[in-house]
Structures are given as structure tokens and as C-alpha cells.
Design a protein. Structure first.
Length: 299
């Protein structure tokens, strides 16, 4: 298509994606309290006081374990928070629609094998991201409890709701992307940029890096919580290494077999030495000097 048609199609795709996000956002606005409770309940069950603010101010100084209460500051904050949560829910729940629009715009320019790889990566990457997000949701209560323990005595700990939601969102995104590590390694191996042997040689550094990431992401003194996060990423990394080694072995076997019957062999474009040109024989002598119609024998 000409450029104007491409721009017109892009406009239509974006309009459909935005319309889907707006519609889902409007529906999510009626349930934003349920969405907030879904993210805050694990934290409240872990560090919540279960008391009113007045009871907290009288009894928190005598409590052996610190606790916290979730608060909202400002007159406009509840309204802006409701818009923020609804829009975030709209983007997430409308993802199938806008991802399809993006794919429908890009897919006509891809070859058949490129489409096959794209389907495989999406079908694998989405469950991996959900697995990382689930781990973040499960680790969040333990993380909140450890951080609340740093609260000094005789101090009331109030958690702003907007900051808490930002923290939960960041943890979900970071954990979800960390579970995409094996998919990235496999993609680099399929494109030939990274071999399985080199990936296997990195195993010490990868284990150390994954362990440090788990220790930072889960600031808990319990080693079981850290291993609960690092263990799945270790398994996914070595799974990617095994896949890369098998893929490299398959490539070597195919190259050793040579081209298939319906496949053209590679051309040998190596230049060869050329013998010096032989001298061109002289033209024969003219039989006569006479000209016929003004022309001699040569012309």
C-alpha cells in the first residue's frame, strides 16, 4: 500500500485500541474499590493493625509488633486515585484488543516463518509474565512485614495508598520481566547471536546475579523466601541453556547433511586465476586495392 494508506490504517487501528481501553476503563471505574482491595489485602493481612485510627494511636506504642494503616492524603487524591486505578485496569484488561490491533498492523509485513516465531514467543512469554507477577503478589506480604519491622518504637506507620499501589505495580512488572529472561536467551540463540556453549559458560555469573536480584527484590531475612523467587528463575535459565544446546546440535547436523533435494546449493564465488589473453590475429590482407561502390574489402 502507499504511505497514505498505511497511515490511514494505523489511525484506524489506534482508534479501535483507544476505544477498547476507554470502554474497559469506564467499566473498571465501577469496581475500582474491589481492584484496590485485591492489591492491598495481602499487605493488610501481613502488617495491618485491624484497628481504627484512634485505637491505633493509643495502643501502637505498647504493641510488641509494629503495624501500619493505609491512608489517603488530600481532598482530590481519592478522585485522581480512582481514575489512575481505572485507567490501569483498562489498559491491562483491554490488552487482548490493542495487542491484536498492533499485530494486525504488523503481521502483513512478516514472512510465514516470522509469524510462526512471533506466535511461539507470545504464547510462551505471556504465561511467563503471569508467573512472575504471581510470585510478586505472593512475596509482597513478606516484603511488607520485613520493611515494617524497621519502624521505630512509639511511631505510627501510615501507608499512603497511592505509594503502595505504585510499589505493587513496580514489583509485578519487574518480577514479570525477570521471568522473560529465558525467552530472551532463546531468541538470541535462534537468531545466531548467542550459542548454547557460551550461555552455559555464564552459569556461575547468572546464578550469582539471579540470587542478588532475589535478595534485593525480597528484603527478607528468611532464605526460603529468597530461594522461592530465585529457584524458578534458575530453572528457567538452565532450560533455556538446554534448548540452545539442542538447537546448536540440530544446526550442525543439518549443515553436515548438506542441502536438501529441493534446496539450491551455495555458490562458490571464490575468484580464480585467469590466463593472460592471447594476441588477436591480424586482419587478412586485402585481395585488391580496388574499391566497390567506394568501399574496400574491410568496410
Amino acid at each position: 500500500m502507499p504511505l497514505a494508506e498505511h497511515l490511514r490504517e494505523l489511525r484506524n487501528r489506534l482508534a479501535k485500541a483507544l476505544l477498547a481501553i476507554v470502554l474497559v476503563t469506564v467499566v473498571a471505574a465501577f469496581f475500582y474499590n474491589d481492584i484496590i482491595n485485591f492489591f492491598t489485602d495481602p499487605v493488610l493481612k501481613s502488617v495491618g493493625c485491624g484497628q481504627s485510627f484512634e485505637e491505633l494511636s493509643r495502643s501502637a506504642r505498647d504493641a510488641s509488633q509494629p503495624c501500619a494503616m493505609i491512608t489517603i492524603n488530600g481532598l482530590l487524591t481519592p478522585f485522581t486515585l480512582a481514575l489512575k486505578v481505572s485507567l490501569m485496569a483498562g489498559i491491562v484488561f483491554a490488552a487482548p484488543v490493542w495487542l491484536y490491533q498492533l499485530w494486525a498492523f504488523v503481521a502483513p509485513g512478516l514472512h510465514r516463518h516470522e509469524k510462526k516465531y512471533a506466535y511461539a514467543f507470545v504464547a510462551t512469554g505471556f504465561p511467563l509474565f503471569l508467573g512472575g507477577a504471581y510470585f510478586a503478589y505472593r512475596v509482597l506480604p513478606t516484603t511488607a512485614k520485613v520493611l515494617i519491622d524497621f519502624t521505630p518504637g512509639n511511631v505510627d506507620n501510615l501507608l499512603p495508598l497511592d505509594d503502595l499501589l505504585d510499589l505493587v505495580t513496580r514489583m509485578v512488572v519487574v518480577f514479570g520481566l525477570s521471568f522473560e529472561l529465558p525467552l530472551l536467551l532463546i531468541m538470541l540463540n535462534l537468531t545466531g547471536a548467542l550459542t548454547g556453549k557460551r550461555m552455559l559458560g555464564w552459569w556461575r555469573g547468572m546464578i550469582m546475579g539471579i540470587t542478588l536480584f532475589a535478595a534485593i527484590a525480597t528484603p527478607s531475612t528468611d532464605p526460603l523466601t529468597m530461594i522461592a523467587l530465585a529457584g524458578p528463575i534458575w530453572i528457567l535459565y538452565f532450560t533455556a541453556v538446554c534448548f540452545a544446546l539442542l538447537n546448536d546440535r540440530r544446526k550442525r547436523r543439518i549443515e553436515a547433511m548438506g542441502p536438501a533435494d529441493d534446496e539450491a546449493s551455495e555458490l562458490d564465488l571464490t575468484p580464480e586465476a585467469v590466463d593472460p589473453a592471447e594476441p588477436v590475429a591480424a586482419l587478412p590482407e586485402q585481395a585488391t586495392k580496388d574499391r566497390v561502390n567506394g568501399y574496400d574489402d574491410v568496410t
